[in-house]
Design a protein around this ligand. Sequence first.
Ligand code: COA
Length: 299
Amino acid sequence: MRVDYWIFSNHDAMYRTRFHPLMVKKPDIDELTVEEVISGTGVVVIATVNRPGKLNALNHEVKEAIKELATWADDADHVRVIIFQGAKPGPAPEGKRPKPHAFVAGADVSDFKGKDSATIRPEFEDNVWEAVWNISKPTIALIDGYALGGGSELAISCDIRIATPRSMFGTPEINLGLIPGGGGTQRLTWLIGYGRAMEMVMGGGMIDAEEAHRIGLVNHVIEPDSLMEKGMELAENLASKSPLTVQVAKRAVRAALDHPISDGVLLEHNMFVDLFDTKDKDIGVNAFLERSTPEWTGE
Ligand code: COA
């Protein structure tokens, strides 16, 4: 059974037609490092935005590469989970102060200079944040440092966020005479609620990791040295489940955002029922009854 036969909505179908016309290759640019770590029968992909001198701000090339990554990771059967992180700062050049740590400090503001709506619109129609949001597999953001503007939007386009205590979050676009344009106003409101989203979006200030954790913007706060270990622990747990069922679970939870509760419950009910025709349901149930470890087929 193919997952996308029945769990993708019309919106996703349109998205996939536009972005999945052909097999897309894993991106290969210096500013986005893509590693594959074997986990169980698949791999966890670790994508690192590698522009620490610019606090990992997303320029055009990186945004395009992340879009390619999203398409590739979604299509590649062996990929189970995708982790996003920012590169650590290098040593400070002679006589200069070190750059701060950053997940991603936003879209590259220099790309906005001299543009008008006609030039910016095409970039934001097929944008990187929707591409990450629409990955059908689990996604995790590991945040160590600034997650601002398009960086906070990248983090909230992921399913799970883990941050270090020194991380700072914000949507400072208002200070540039702009508003978030990568889904920030919508996804942030879902995640942290109307009043808090209003304060962040209209005020343009920053909140620290403790506050982000308190309001549900991040799932865990972990010391920097243990951040990747915690991320991999979560990723390996997700990678140990049936890849098909995990995608259905993601789609079911996502339905809570896209539908009124009565429709969402109906969708969940149908997904649950349909899973009874999968091999992995038989494998999971039998393994539980026989006290053995399930060997998922993804079918
Ligand atoms: N776009 C482009 N460049 C950025 C950037 C962004 N979003 N965020 C940081 N940078 C660059 C700075 O221009 C600087 O480059 P330089 O060393 O070549 O001059 C470098 O990253 C380091 O940033 P700097 O501002 O010197 O660090 P800081 O410690 O003084 O301040 C921040 C850190 C995060 C508070 C500050 O960089 C900032 O406010 N960034 C912009 C955030 C923003 O508005 N994001 C939303 C964009 S949609």
